[in-house]
Design a protein around this ligand. Structure first.
Ligand code: ADP
Ligand code: MG
Length: 231
């Protein structure tokens, strides 16, 4: 469902030319849970942003369900982001002035898919992740781990086909980080949503079925391509 082909993202030119992503190619099947690993500066955020339509490629292509994301007009790309992709970032995921519930249904509202069933599903999921008593709370009243859980609920309830999560556990303590990881794994298994998560957290990497390792903007290993990696 995701096919990345010879993707490059460069910054600057001449002596200042920097390859944030260089010649990246891989495929991800629908429903996979894939971790992009690599040290800070290896190109994880750049790659997630290009795949998720938040940034454009310098060359190469990204196909998602046969849509060539890298060839969409700005308007079509905005619709693609709204309708197809759920985003989880390291922090500042939630709109500060909206309640937990309103944050969780925000993308569904924008998609005009906020049906009764969708509201109920969102409430059930918030309850399931321990936020049932926080529906009317503002993000500032939640812990970092609770905020990330609400952000993940939003990303998976909005009927997106792909969730990109950029170091979602990086600002959390280990207990909260484990909870977030388990939540993403379970939602991946239950809903079949494809999840791409970047991390340099060993626990995240160890728990993944498939790890794509980046260094200096390039893929240096892919546990699937190597035939291993089943956890
Ligand atoms: P990671 O997420 O793995 O830490 P990034 O994708 O953020 O890596 O960055 C990859 C490389 O691209 C780094 O060398 C970074 O400094 C560079 N880079 C990222 N964004 C920009 C930008 N907007 N302008 C110039 N260089 C950038
Ligand atoms: Mg990053």
């Amino acid at each position: 469902m995701i096919a990345v082909q010879h993707l490059y993202r460069t910054y600057g030119d001449g002596p200042d030319l920097l390859h944030a992503n260089r010649d990246i190619s891989f495929r991800v099947s629908a429903g996979e849970f894939v971790v992009l690993a690599g040290p800070s500066g290896s190109g994880k955020t750049t790659l997630l942003n290009v795949i998720g339509g938040l940034d454009s490629a310098s060359s190469g292509s990204v196909l998602i369900d046969d849509v060539e994301v890298t060839a969409l007009s700005p308007r079509a790309l905005a619709e693609f982001r709204r309708d197809r992709v759920g985003y989880v970032f390291q922090r500042s995921n939630l709109v500060a002035s909206l309640s937990v519930y309103e944050n969780a249904v925000l993308q569904l509202r924008l998609q005009k898919r906020l049906t009764r069933a969708a509201r109920e599903r969102t409430r059930a999921l918030l309850d399931e992740v321990g936020l049932g008593s926080k529906l009317e709370a503002l993000p500032a009243e939640l812990s970092g781990g609770q905020q990330q859980r609400a952000a993940i609920v939003r990303a998976v309830t909005s009927e997106t086909t792909l969730v990109v999560a950029d170091e979602p556990t990086a600002s959390l303590d280990s207990t909260n980080a484990d909870g977030i990881l388990q939540l993403m794994r379970r939602l991946n298994e239950d809903s079949g949503v494809t999840i791409l998560v970047s991390s340099h957290d060993d626990r995240v990497i160890e728990a993944a079925r498939r790890v794509i390792q980046l260094a200096d903007g390039a893929i240096i290993s892919d546990s699937e391509a190597a035939g291993g990696g089943s956890a």
